[in-house]
Write a protein that binds this ligand. Structure first.
Ligand code: URA
Length: 190
């Protein structure tokens, strides 16, 4: 366990724990406020993220930033954004369970340093790993559970919303529910 974000970031940037290290251009460690009370967890970097080393900078990221702005959140101010795996899976395939196993220590360390009050899983991959193995986003999105004192919820992945825009209204409801939860349990987000 690293004691600062900078130490953890440095370790992560040099990581060779799995095959994804061989094909990555950049490690995508995470971005956001280091005192954020809200953590968002995506799946893994895509092409743009791999090239820039920053999570959610492609089309899906633009959409995510819009949902965040709708409830007065931003990566510059009051949320932290990370992924299940820090390196891009080739051809944007799902990360393999063993790749997530190799990488989960970094996310755990990020959680330990951040100590978020709320964690939102973006999409099936993060939700099945962090909430429950059979999590169904279409059925269970927006449902809150409390785990070790942290409020957790799964919602649609923004890339899935680009493919299925009819779910955008339901996603907005989840973000409004997040806003409500922040008002209930966070101290300095708003
Ligand atoms: N999709 C993700 O899950 N994470 C990113 O950082 C970008 C796209």
């Amino acid at each position: 366990m690293y004691q600062t974000f900078e130490e953890l970031r440095q370790a992560c940037l040099g990581c060779q724990n799995c095959e994804l290290a061989k094909t990555r251009h950049n490690v995508v460690f995470g971005v956001g406020a280091q005192d954020a009370e809200v953590l968002l967890v995506g799946e893994g970097p895509g092409e743009n993220e791999d090239l820039q080393g920053i999570p959610f900078v492609g089309r899906a990221g633009v959409l995510l930033d819009k949902y965040l702005a709708a409830i007065d959140l931003s990566r510059e101010k009051n949320v932290y954004i990370a992924n299940m795996v820090k390196c891009r899976p080739p051809q944007n395939r799902d990360p393999k369970p063993e790749e997530m196993d190799c990488c989960i220590g970094y996310l755990r360390n990020q959680v330990a340093l951040l100590r978020p009050k709320i964690i939102v899983c973006l999409g099936r991959i993060a939700a099945q790993r962090m909430l429950s193995p059979n999590f169904r986003v279409t059925k269970e999105h927006g449902q809150w559970i409390q785990s070790n004192g942290v409020w957790m919820m799964g919602t649609f992945h923004p890339a899935a919303l680009l493919r299925t825009p009819s779910n955008k209204g339901a996603a907005l409801e989840d973000f409004l529910s997040l806003q409500e939860k922040i008002r209930q349990v966070c101290e300095h987000t708003y």
